[in-house]
Design a protein around this ligand. Structure first.
Ligand code: IMP
Length: 472
């Protein structure tokens, strides 16, 4: 029934995109998996690299992939998976993911890797770890995967493309030229070549001019699902700069990163976690519960991982669920945030760091509607079951005035106070399949949110399973 409604939503569409309208980690996986396995012929990723992470169930086992798109396990059914030109690819990390597939006897003959994607080299990873990873020493809290330095080399016009790996002369020339920018790293061409040659050999059969390929697929009428990464407010163009990633995960950057025009996309679905949202890493988060205290606490990263939180805030023992609900209903906003993190399992798929939690910010969503279009998917709505009340942020207050339009100015975003409207909480909603059956407080919040943002909530996810979905 739900699948029928989802199918109806994409009826007569040839290209759909799934992007995140917040700070990433909004649960795109559930829907990109659905569209990849039940709808698309081609699945393509256009931005970022192994800073992303999603869990895929392969032969009943949960595996976390960082680079491969959701459709990869469908290879046997002839689906084409593309790693697009806008991505940055760590070839060792990619080969490790391919090995995971081999272990499960899953073939990946239809994988295509863009010859124009940039390569994350070992010096990018070392530099990222030294300079950007640690929030405690003032870094932006990057994932430490070399994303920023690789995109920096791309923009400075000295990057190494996948195609360069197959031309020894070009590679040697480029590596020797790049050395001066990493004086502390003793880059040696021969050593680099030796270490990377098994990976270069392994990926060779899959390297293609994916831009030409995707144009061909489009002309052939194949159904294409574009899978976004990260989120709009981590975008180098639209995000809370400099606390952003180094690509543009909006629909524009994502389409461009697979070689398409954003106008080619028939339906863009923008994912929003509701009624709470999260952020990992440093940077402004106006509606964060517990404010600076929460940001500082989460900056400790793995020191405050899930095991620490279970021990410290729940005190071990039984009645875990009741204790988490108690935390969510605490009078202390910081503890409320901890409760939401535990209730919704908000710990990084890539880094395991605790995610900062706060109420969903409609001011940001209104901006997202203007960039990524009016169609929203709400995810993780069920996670807040048991909270007596929940809030939605409808304004950014400063010096007595309320601003209802997003301004990416970091200093401003740090100073403002969120204007929160509270609604009555709800209990278990995971069995509900029709919007009209949702609890009144939640329905009211969704209606207010639509009116404020001008968007339309097409899908509401009420649980991790595919069927736990309301389609409107
Ligand atoms: P980078 O992309 O590793 O350079 O990290 C830059 C910022 O983006 C950091 O705050 C990261 O935590 C954040 N970030 C990068 N990828 C993701 C993601 O997939 N989900 C959430 N945050 C991310």
């Amino acid at each position: 029934m739900v699948s029928n409604n989802l199918a109806k939503l994409v009826e007569n569409k040839q290209i759909i995109a799934i992007v995140c309208n917040q700070f990433g980690d909004t649960g795109k996986g559930k829907f990109s998996d659905y569209f990849a396995s039940h709808w698309a012929d081609v699945i393509a990723r256009g931005t970022g690299g192994n800073n992303a992470g999603h869990t895929i169930v392969v032969n009943g086992k949960q595996k976390i992939f960082h680079l491969l798109p959701s459709g990869i396990t469908e290879d046997s059914k002839g689906k084409i998976n593309i790693l697009g030109n806008g991505m940055v690819i760590d070839i060792k990390a990619l080969c490790e993911e391919l090995e995971e597939l081999e272990k499960e006897d899953i073939s990946y003959n239809n994988l295509m890797i863009s010859k124009d994607a940039h390569v994350i080299m070992p010096w990018h990873v070392s530099q990222d770890r030294a300079k950007n990873m640690s929030q405690k020493s003032g870094g932006i809290g990057s994932t430490g995967r070399g994303i920023g330095p690789c995109y920096a080399d791309k923009t400075a016009r000295r990057g190494i493309k996948i195609a360069d790996l197959f031309d020894k002369e070009v590679l040697e020339y480029k590596i020797n030229k790049i050395k001066q920018f990493y004086p502390e790293q003793n880059i040696d061409f021969k050593k680099v070549l030796k270490e990377s040659s098994p990976y270069i050999k392994k990926i060779k059969p899959f390297v293609k001019n994916t831009i030409q390929e995707i144009h061909k697929f489009k002309d052939q009428g194949k159904k294409i699902c574009i899978e976004g990464a990260q989120g709009l407010f981590l975008s180098i163009e639209h995000g809370t700069y400099p606390y952003v990633t180094s690509s543009d995960p909006s629909i524009n950057g994502t389409a461009s990163g697979v070689g398409l025009n954003a106008q080619d996309v028939d339906l863009t679905l923008g994912i929003i976690k509701f009624p709470f949202m999260t952020r990992v890493g440093a940077g402004p988060f106006p509606s964060e519960l517990g404010g600076q205290k929460s940001e500082d606490y989460c900056a400790e990263g793995l020191e405050h991982d899930i095991n620490y939180e279970l021990k410290t805030h729940l005190g071990g023992g039984d009645n875990k669920k009741e204790k988490i609900t108690e935390l969510m209903n605490s009078q202390d906003e910081f503890l409320q945030g901890v409760g939401i993190r535990l209730a919704a399992g908000e710990y990084g798929a890539t880094t395991k760091r605790p995610r900062r939690t706060g109420w969903t910010d409609a001011v940001l969503a209104k901006y997202a509607r203007k960039i990524n279009g009016p169609h929203f998917i709400f995810t993780k709505v069920d996670s807040l079951a048991g909270a007596k009340k929940f809030g939605i942020c409808y304004g950014h207050k400063l010096n007595g005035s309320t601003i209802t339009d997003y301004d990416p100015n970091g200093k401003f975003l740090k100073q403002i106070k969120p204007e929160i409207k509270f609604y009555e909480g709800y209990s278990d909603i995971s069995k509900i399949r029709d919007f009209k059956d949702l609890p009144e407080g939640l329905k009211q919040a969704i209606q207010d949110f639509e009116q404020f943002t001008g968007g339309k909530v097409k899908i509401i996810s009420v649980g991790p399973d595919r069927d736990e979905t309301i389609v409107r």
